[in-house]
Design a protein around this ligand. Structure first.
Ligand code: GRF
Length: 204
C-alpha cells in the first residue's frame, strides 16, 4: 500500500517511519512520496537519502489556501495514497482537503489530547504544573487536533524539567507509536467510522 507523508521540518517522525518500513514494523506499505511546504525542511533530505520521491510546494506561489491544497492534492493523488501521514506538517488544512482524505489521514500531536491542542504544548504543560505529558496519534477531521484518538503515549514531567527536555522525552515515544499505528491502519485493523476510531472492531 502507498503512504504519502507531509512534513514541514526536521522529519524525525518521518525517519522513524522510514526505518519501520525497512525493518519488520511496517510490512503492509511503503512510502511513495514525501511532500513539504518548506524547501529547506531537513525531512526532504532524509527522504532523498532513503531513495524516496520528494516534492515541495511554496505557499507564496498560490493565491489562497484552497488553491494550495488543490495543487497539493493533485501531486499526492499521483501517488495513489492509501494512507496520508502528517508528520510535523505545520499548515492548517482546508475543509475540502480534509474531506478528500478523511478516514485515511493520520496526524501526531505532542500532547495528551484533548488537552493542549495547537502550539507550544510542552511549555503549556510545564506552566500548568502537569506531572505527565505525552503524544497522541489521531485521525484527521475538520476540527483542528480534534479527530478521534487512536493511541497515546504518556511520559513523566520531572521537577526542574525544561520544555526541551520534555519535548525530547515525548518525541522518543512518538517515534515508537507512530509507525505502529501506521502498520495497524495498513493492515486494516484501525478504521474511522462516524467520527470514532476502532481497533480490531473495538471502539477506542
Ligand atoms: C512532532 O513533535 C509532532 O508531534 C508535531 O510536530 C513535531 C514534528 O517533529 N506535530 P519532526 O519533524 O517529526 O521531527
Amino acid at each position: 500500500k502507498n503512504i504519502v507523508v507531509l512534513i514541514s521540518g526536521s522529519g524525525s517522525n518521518l525517519q522513524a517511519i522510514i526505518d519501520a518500513c525497512e525493518s519488520d514494523v511496517i510490512t503492509h506499505g511503503r512510502i511513495a512520496a514525501v511532500i513539504s511546504n518548506k524547501a529547506d525542511a531537513y525531512g526532504l533530505e532524509r527522504a532523498r537519502n532513503a531513495g524516496i520521491a520528494t516534492a515541495h510546494l511554496a505557499a507564496k506561489d498560490y493565491a489562497d489556501r484552497d488553491t494550495f491544497d488543490r495543487a497539493l492534492t493533485e501531486i499526492m493523488d499521483g501517488y495513489q495514497p492509501d494512507l496520508v501521514v502528517l508528520a510535523g506538517y505545520m499548515r492548517i488544512l482546508s475543509g475540502e482537503f480534509v474531506r478528500h482524505y478523511e478516514g485515511r489521514m493520520l496526524n501526531i500531536h505532542p500532547s495528551l489530547l484533548p488537552k493542549y491542542t495547537g502550539l507550544h504544548t510542552h511549555q503549556r504543560a510545564l506552566d500548568a504544573g502537569d506531572t505527565e505529558h505525552g503524544t497522541s496519534v489521531h485521525f484527521v477531521t475538520e476540527e483542528l487536533d480534534g479527530g478521534p484518538v487512536i493511541l497515546q503515549a504518556k511520559v513523566p514531567i520531572f521537577a526542574g524539567d525544561t520544555a526541551e527536555e520534555v519535548m525530547a522525552r515525548v518525541q522518543q515515544q512518538e517515534h515508537r507509536i507512530y509507525p505502529l499505528v501506521c502498520q495497524w491502519f495498513l493492515e486494516g485493523r484501525v478504521v474511522m467510522q462516524d467520527d470514532a476510531a476502532y481497533l480490531d472492531g473495538v471502539r477506542l
